[in-house]
Design a protein around this ligand. Sequence first.
Ligand SMILES: [Zn+2]
Length: 257
Amino acid sequence: MSKTIFKIIFLCTFFLFSCENKKPSQKNNVKETNPGVVISFDDATINEWYQADKILRKYSWKATFCVSKINTLSHSEIKELKQLQKEGHEIAGHGFHHFDAPKFVAKNGIEAYIKQEINPMLALMHFHNFKVTSFAYPFGFRNINIDKALLKKFKIIRGTTYGAEDPFFQNCYYNNSSVVYAIGIDTDHPNFSIPYLVRLLNYAKRKHKILILFGHKPVQNITADYQTKIATLKLICNYVNQHNMTFYTLSELNNLK
Ligand SMILES: [Zn+2]
């Protein structure tokens, strides 16, 4: 009798421990939910992106380059983009013509939009072996109907957001949705400031969030609109490294769902 009880206790203990052992390995599989940032760039300043990567690779950074007008790029720019993809950066779509999507769709319909703005972009980008699974709206202009059509073609689509409200009210953090919003890091982006950027980063770290950022042309010294200061990028990279946060690409967000 006591032997049977002993056996039962032994078996129960065995199962308990074998279950316990599974938990840490499951936890390891979801380590992607570490707080972090997505740094994205729009348009087609390929040379400046390539130069920025030379400066920032020491931080093991990762960025998403959202390319528009791929048909206008030179052979050497395509080569640089390919090199960026090879290093682990993501190459995403930003429109064949860089159309204002809602305006174009209102006038010509969604089918014409997909046919003129999306399909030729994807065909040419695939021809160059870019694995395009994300799309960033030109000017951030979007609506739900276009989102719906684009989500048949892309895993993640990115709009933009503005303002300088408390980070709690900002929608520039990943929210488990396929439609995400980035806040600008160009010096001329409305309400951009280093103290506010640091507040957004602090909130991401504290609340285990992923902050989504976008800029255009990385430069050492600002000479025009749509430029991101290299110093701003260094600050972000330093912050991510110092706080053991993670650099995510746009499409990697899709794997976290
Ligand atoms: Zn753009």
